[in-house]
Design a protein around this ligand. Structure first.
Ligand SMILES: [Zn+2]
Ligand SMILES: [Zn+2]
Length: 220
């Protein structure tokens, strides 16, 4: 099993969420992470690259990240995958209220496959592993594929996700950062959920050295 996967990083929707289309160039099997907007553009890229989408995966259940799940599901037939706790949390009145405030008047994400920490999804030539990293939301996950970590709103380039929202916890977020720093090698590539940094990607090593939330709060 070689790490030959291709990664398309695509800013979509009104909040500039990074949607990711990830696929194996040989088998053409792929997944989509956070189809948050511009579904036509996403489907065009999928078709152009002849990708067979196997899973639609959300890093967390905020409306700006799940916005086009159902349209992409209709187009690809792939099931929606999300952590069980965000599936549950997204159905609470406080979460629905917050999503309305963001301007998304919609129902919770209609999850097909709720996952837990450490769960893996296997495609023919690569594996997708879920690392539960609560803090921004109760069921936020970082998604590991080879040496690539898709961090959603847990870890940005030079920052972290908000923890002043319903269901957020700054303490939990710091624990989650500790967890990924302990678990993964420094050369791990960070693919964030928004383009908030100086660069669109980073590495765990660079974040350990320069991200103020790590340098100021996690100095051991
Ligand atoms: Zn979020
Ligand atoms: Zn976000």
């Amino acid at each position: 099993m070689m790490e030959t996967i291709e990664i398309i990083q695509l800013p979509v929707g009104p909040f500039g969420v990074f949607c990711y289309i990830i696929y194996d160039p040989i088998t053409r099997e792929g997944i989509i992470i956070d189809p948050a907007g511009d579904p036509d553009k996403i489907i065009e890229l999928v078709n152009e690259n002849h990708i067979s989408i196997k899973y639609i995966i959300n890093t967390h259940a905020h409306a700006d990240h799940i916005a086009k799940n159902q349209e992409i599901k209709k187009a690809t037939g792939a099931p929606v995958v999300i952590h069980r706790l965000d599936d549950e949390f997204s159905k609470t009145p406080e979460s629905i209220e917050w999503n309305r405030k963001l301007g998304f008047d919609e129902t919770p994400p209609l999850v097909d496959i709720p996952i837990e920490d450490g769960d893996e999804l296997s495609l023919q030539n690569f594996k997708v592993r879920f690392i539960h990293t609560p803090g921004h939301t109760p069921g936020s996950c970082c998604i590991l594929i080879g040496k690539n970590l898709f961090t959603g709103d847990t870890l940005f380039v030079g920052a972290v996700g908000r923890t002043d929202l319903p269901g957020s916890s700054f303490t939990a977020l710091l624990e989650s950062l500790k967890k990924i720093l302990a678990l993964l090698p420094p050369e791990t590539i960070i693919w964030p959920g928004h383009d908030y940094g100086d660069t669109p990607t980073s590495t765990l090593e660079k974040e350990r050295e320069t991200n103020p939330y790590i340098t100021d709060f996690l100095n051991e």
